[in-house]
Design a protein around this ligand. Structure first.
Ligand code: SF4
Length: 320
């Protein structure tokens, strides 16, 4: 397994926004980490990137095994050798990821020079190859552009090129298509899928959009209020969701031919970290909640076959 997160818990001061999170990502595989805003997805990305200290956070339990090394135990100086070079981050807003006063070609070049020791000419040659691979027309000319001269989709491709230029093994993509319109979103998602499979990378794709997950992910981990609700192979999960929250998220995906008014959201909202309810944190919003749900946290159990589930009254399926 390229990345194996085991029983990860995160604290920010005395607050515990993430508990007992486990999932794995292999080479050539995309794992979708899904859930509404406030579920702990971006915090997980920060933990994997070793960036929790930026927000006063720390890993309070668990391991983040990357290629056999526990990143949770590494000091900042050692983590710098992983970030950008072996684990790259693609963020959701290309305008904050790109330097507005530096031509985009140079922003890609610098990664090849810094992480791979390439000369200026070699780095530029690779940048043009990368941009062409990312289906940017007239890549050589685009290298000379400033970010504001490019469309949103083009800027996001540049951000992906920067992530790939250090030849990482793992990409952490945090809502990489949220800022884009639907057509460009689909192009970028398919491109990411191709890159992962062609280059044998692993990808942790963080999104609130189950439609995006359905298109591209091999595995899915569903987070609710800082805990894992269900994690399973994508095909099985979409065919037979076992956790009521997963089922509700899938019910929010618009489909062709849907009758007007038949698309429903999930009533209520994710509780804030200071007000997590006792028992199952989803119980105030769950249509299947029983009396036990309000007082006893459902244990995370291994499923026969593959995956994990935390629910007292799962939906019908092949669980055990
Ligand atoms: Fe719903 Fe109970 Fe399952 Fe929580 S444990 S998801 S409240 S049925």
């Amino acid at each position: 397994m390229l990345l194996s997160v085991e029983d990860l818990s995160v604290h920010i001061g005395v607050i515990n926004p993430l508990s007992d999170l486990s999932f794995g990502v292999d080479r050539g595989q995309i794992l979708g980490l899904v859930g509404e805003s406030g579920s702990g997805k971006s915090l997980t990305a920060m933990a994997v990137m070793g960036l929790l200290p930026l927000i006063g956070g720390r890993i309070s339990a668990g391991r983040i095994l990357f290629d056999g090394t526990d990143l949770a135990k590494l000091p900042e100086a050692a983590l710098r050798g992983y970030r950008g070079r072996r684990i790259a981050l693609v963020t959701q807003n290309p305008m904050t990821a790109l330097d507005p006063v530096v031509r985009v070609g140079r922003q890609v070049d610098v990664m090849g020079r810094m992480h791979l020791g390439l000369s200026a000419d070699e780095a530029r040659r690779r940048t043009i190859e990368l941009l062409t691979r990312l289906r940017i027309p007239e890549a050589q000319a685009v290298c000379e552009a400033y970010p504001h001269q490019l469309s949103g989709g083009m800027k996001q491709r540049i951000v992906i090129a920067i992530a790939l230029a250090g030849e990482p093994d793992l990409i952490v993509a945090d809502e990489p298509t949220t800022a884009l319109d639907v057509t460009v979103q689909a192009q970028i998602i398919h491109l990411l899928g191709e890159l992962v499979r062609d280059r044998g990378l692993g990808m942790l794709l963080i999104t609130h959009d189950m439609g995006v997950v359905a298109q591209v992910c091999d595995q899915v981990a569903v987070l609710y209020a800082g805990r894992l609700a269900e994690s399973r192979p994508a095909e099985a999960l979409f065919e037979h969701p076992l956790h009521p929250y997963t089922s509700a998220l899938i019910g929010c995906i618009p489909r062709d031919g849907m009758a007007p008014g038949s698309l429903h959201g999930i009533a209520g909202a994710v509780p804030s970290v200071a007000r997590y309810p006792a028992g199952c944190r989803f119980h105030p919003r769950c249509p299947r909640a029983g009396e036990i749900c309000a007082r006893q946290t459902p244990e995370l159990t291994e499923l026969t076959g593959a995956g994990r589930l935390a629910c007292h009254f799962p939906l019908e399926g092949t669980h055990g």
